[in-house]
Design a protein around this ligand. Structure first.
Ligand code: NAP
Ligand code: G4F
Length: 353
């Protein structure tokens, strides 16, 4: 039996790392597209990746960039993948307001570059394509919960770039018969989550405060609500979409909604430091109930010019057609992230004393 070959863009990110592990465990030959960086950025895939010459390396890496069409063309030609998972993106919503043009180039035009390279290489019939679409497309939500039929009302340069990418995938499916699918994924997290997304920012702060190396956590809109699942569960859904005979667009979500405030309360509770809230708006503070110390303050620099206040998904189509459901509860997710950050600091011997 010949091994199936997968190419993952964004392999050095949170989802790329979980997906690479999943595909290696399923016997795939896994290749990753990686952009050049002045310092090594392969930490998240360190368990799979060794240097090119090392026969024990479980994945192969290729330099390329979503902003460089020729590099995408070259990598596709070299790897000849059966499945392409396009996870690469400037994925931070707030940052997209600061870098709208760059975000659009990578997240929108980048997807067009990749699909067009597949078409020009006459690989359209042999490749199955996954696009990392997002619940941010629903933006100013028109109904609750959101499903595949809910209208898109994007509210950030990030969401608008992903809207273009979504429609481009649909267009290549309809115009050229590509097996191309959009996964409309709601927020998914885990211990490998980037440090400036709110979930990880909170769990890192909880650990650092417990170890005495941070005094306070500064947050933006703590009343914002999200449908948070575990990335490990969601990459399984990506793979399932490409195993289906016909392509399609699928929501992956837990169907449960929590506020940032809930996340903070649960995370601090897990280390025995329950929080009480005092004051309101910019003056609201999270106080350690036992010591009376202020641990959380609001900093408006984390507010967005246009906020998505609430997102919660209906993943019935993925359940019925793919047999996908999430496995990890909100509480288990927060627990795993807090424990991992506590463990990281403990093993680094970090404390202020
Ligand atoms: P992430 O941790 O930020 O990873 C993004 C990946 O894209 C990294 O490997 C990054 O490389 C790479 N990348 C960025 N710009 C690139 C470029 N110009 N060329 C090539 N690679 C580039 O994001 P994630 O959380 O794993 O999310 C994966 C995908 O799913 C993203 O497209 C995101 O927008 C989408 N998504 C995520 C969620 C979620 O909740 N996690 C929900 C819905 C959709 P570096 O390591 O060098 O930075
Ligand atoms: O963790 P966040 O930055 O994630 P956001 O904006 O929901 O985007 C993530 O999920 C999307 C799927 O819906 C992905 F497409 C996207 O790539 C990314 O993975 O912020 C979550 C909420 C927001 O409402 C934000 O305003 O938390 C609020 N928040 C409050 N204080 C904060 C902070 N967000 C961040 N990053 N930092 C804060 O201090």
């Amino acid at each position: 039996m010949t091994k199936r070959v997968a190419l993952i863009t964004g392999i050095t990110g949170q989802d790329g790392s979980y997906l690479a592990s999943l595909l290696v465990s399923k016997g795939y030959e896994v290749h990753g597209l990686m952009r050049r960086s002045s310092s090594l950025n392969t930490d998240r895939i360190g368990h799979l990746y060794q240097e090119e010459q090392d026969a024990t390396s479980q994945i192969r890496m290729h330099f390329g960039d979503m902003s460089d069409g020729a590099s995408l063309f070259r990598v596709l030609k070299e790897v000849k993948p059966d499945e392409v998972y396009n996870l690469a993106a400037q994925s931070h919503v707030k940052v997209s307001f600061d870098k709208p043009e760059y975000t659009t180039d990578v997240n929108a035009t980048g997807v067009l570059r990749l699909l067009e390279a597949i078409r020009l290489l006459d690989m359209g019939e042999s490749i199955r394509f996954y696009q990392a679409s997002t619940s941010e497309l629903f933006g100013n939500v028109q109904e609750t919960p959101q499903s595949e039929t809910t209208p898109f009302r994007p509210r950030s340069p990030y969401a608008i770039s992903k809207h273009f990418a979504f429609q481009t995938v649909v267009n290549y499916r309809e115009a050229y018969g590509f097996h191309a699918s959009n996964g409309i994924l709601f927020n998914h997290e885990g211990p490998k989550r980037g440090e400036n997304f709110v979930s990880r920012k909170i769990t890192r702060a909880v650990a650092a405060i417990c170890h005495g190396i941070q005094d306070k956590l500064y947050l933006g809109n703590i009343n914002s609500r999200r449908d948070w699942g575990h990335a490990r569960d969601y990459v399984e859904g990506m793979w399932l979409m490409l195993q289906k005979e016909t392509p399609g667009d699928y929501v992956l979500a837990t169907g449960e909604e929590h506020s940032v405030r809930d996340f903070v309360e649960l995370a601090f509770e897990m280390v025995g430091r329950p929080i009480e809230w005092e004051g309101s708006a910019l003056e609201e503070k999270g106080v350690d109930r036992k010591s009376g110390k202020v641990l959380i303050e609001i900093d408006p620099q984390y507010y967005r010019p246009a906020e998505v206040n609430s997102l919660v998904g209906n993943a019935a189509k993925a359940r019925d057609e793919l047999g996908w459901t999430h496995k990890t509860s909100f509480k288990e997710l927060v627990q795993e992230m807090v424990e991992a950050d506590m463990q990281r600091l403990a093993s680094a011997g970090m404390s202020r004393a």
